[in-house]
Design a protein around this ligand. Structure first.
Ligand code: HEC
Length: 101
């Protein structure tokens, strides 16, 4: 019985441990993202631009690459985000599209 409790506790904490961006708040990230990032991506792939993140041949393969790409696009977009804000956006894009553990 104790073992079962332990296993259940482990299962319950696993998703939190697996999150590569624990300091990020996806809700804040979505607001930032929708304000600065959608129009350019949408002009590239149509719709709301999110096809860029979910297409089969997408470029980003790891959490590190995701953050690096966000930094590059942040600079290109002139959004002037702070590093914490980049993490919020990474948390949002990961939760919504990339699902890195
Ligand atoms: C001026 C246009 C432009 C703006 C603004 C822009 N991006 Fe991008 N984004 C691109 C281009 C170009 C690519 C690369 C597409 C490719 O490699 O095929 C890209 C790719 C990406 C990818 C990788 C997609 C993949 O292949 O997995 C992410 C993540 C991303 N952008 C995030 C952002 C974020 C976050 C912002 C808001 C700060 C943003 N972008 C704003 C042009 C832009």
């Amino acid at each position: 019985m104790r073992l079962l409790t332990l296993l259940l506790a482990l299962l319950a904490t696993a998703p939190a441990l697996a999150n590569p961006f624990p300091a990020g708040d996806p809700k804040i990230g979505k607001t930032l993202h929708d304000k600065s990032c959608v129009s350019c991506h949408a002009s590239m792939v149509g719709g709301d631009g999110s096809a860029l993140y979910s297409r089969l041949e997408r470029k980003v393969k790891t959490p590190q690459q995701l953050l690096a790409r966000i930094r590059t696009c942040n600079a290109n977009a002139g959004a002037n985000w702070f590093p914490e804000e980049e993490i919020h956006v990474a948390a949002y894009l990961n939760q919504q599209y990339y699902h890195f553990k």
